[in-house]
Design a protein around this ligand. Structure first.
Ligand SMILES: Nc1ncnc2c1ncn2[C@@H]1O[C@H](COP(=O)(O)OP(=O)(O)O)[C@@H](O)[C@H]1O
Ligand SMILES: [Mg+2]
Length: 332
């Protein structure tokens, strides 16, 4: 089991409150991603769950039992960090077995668990190597292996892919998603990258200044953001926001239109503008358009014949337009 409940947990460092009272339910087997800008409290919250950081108030329940005061080793959770923290002089096998050796497990049992973990992570052929003889992605897998052998109630990941290059990040993202499908364990994954959150999560928790802005499935958040912050954070390129007269015409303080929901014409439309940058990716074309209502970005499928300096007209798809009131809350 790996069910985790946060009940009004909070955290202050001295006089500074970093996490105001926060409540959250994490179901057994769920892949939950904490996402938000740098400094919003993601690592602090994860470390509170792990027991690496005291909580200033509230309760943490693991499988229904109060774990708030338990030391990290007794919470049954395993943490994987951005820095792999492997022992350079030990082989991969010894690195993975490290927590088992510390716990005094018999050698044959250690070997069996290490072999299993290595199989799951495609590390079988590398067990005799040392970390220095591995790629970044392989090192990260060793760190995950060390977590797997402990059979934790839940895995906690803190930005585990940040040190990898872009291609490897995409690979490891898939591997961790597959690992979750194989193990069916609870995973809590911290990242500032909304694409990682969208592609990996069963449930996304969006944090901003220590508060939860919204909790939901990736597509929930994409289609039904509760406020301007979530609307602007989820989706790439970012949602366009327009205030003033165009928004008033739709009875809103601000309207939001995703770049993929703007129709582009070289002949007619609602908002006229000039293309300042046209990015042709082959699969998509991204247009940056200067209009009377500010710069708007449009995303078109395929290779579109529009270039820098062209005049275009943009028309929002009204059916999937987002409307926000003066407080930045989504209007019904
Ligand atoms: N040990 C600490 N002492 C004081 N402030 C801290 C400490 N750790 C984190 N903070 C502050 O708490 C806030 C959240 O930090 P953190 O959880 O690391 O954010 P994130 O992981 O989302 O980037 C930041 O403002 C940070 O400066
Ligand atoms: Mg962090």
């Amino acid at each position: 089991m790996g069910q985790i409940t946060l009940r009004e947990v909070r955290k202050s460092f001295g006089a500074t409150e970093v996490i105001p009272p926060l409540s959250l339910e994490i179901e057994d087997g769920e892949f939950v991603v904490f996402v938000g800008p740098s400094g919003c409290g993601k690592s602090t919250l994860l470390r509170m769950i792990a027991g690496l950081e005291d909580i200033s108030g509230g309760q943490i329940l693991i499988d229904g039992k109060d774990a708030s005061a338990l030391p990290p080793a007794r919470r049954g959770l395993a943490m994987v960090f951005q820095s792999y923290a492997l022992y350079p002089h030990m082989t991969v096998a010894k690195n993975i077995a490290f927590p088992l050796r510390m716990a005094g497990m018999p050698a044959e049992e250690q070997d069996r668990l290490v072999e299993n973990a290595a199989r799951v992570l495609n590390l079988t052929d590398y067990l005799d190597r040392r970390p220095g003889q591995l790629s970044g992605g392989q090192r990260q897998r060793v760190a995950i292996g060390r977590a797997i052998v402990r059979k934790p109630e839940a895995f906690l990941f803190d930005e585990p892919l940040s040190n990898l290059d872009a291609a490897l990040r995409v690979n490891m993202r898939l591997e961790i998603t597959e690992l979750h499908a194989k193990l069916e364990s609870t995973m809590i994954y911290v990242t500032h990258d909304q694409v990682e959150a969208m592609t990996m999560a069963d449930k996304i928790v969006i944090l901003h200044a220590g508060r939860i802005e919204q909790v939901g499935t990736p597509l929930d958040l994409y289609h039904n953001p509760r406020n301007l912050f979530v609307a602007g954070f989820i989706g790439s390129p970012k949602m366009n926001f327009i205030s003033g007269a165009p928004a008033a015409a739709y009875g809103a303080h601000t309207i939001g239109v995703r770049p993929e929901h703007l129709d582009v014409s070289t002949e007619a439309g609602l908002w006229q503008g000039r293309v300042t940058v046209a990015e042709h990716l082959g699969s998509d074309t991204f247009l940056h358009v200067q209009t009377d209502h500010g710069q708007l970005n449009a995303r078109l499928q395929g290779d579109i014949d529009v270039y820098h300096g062209d005049t275009v007209w943009l028309t929002p798809n009204e059916a999937i337009m987002h409307r926000f009131d003066a407080d930045g809350l989504t209007m019904k």
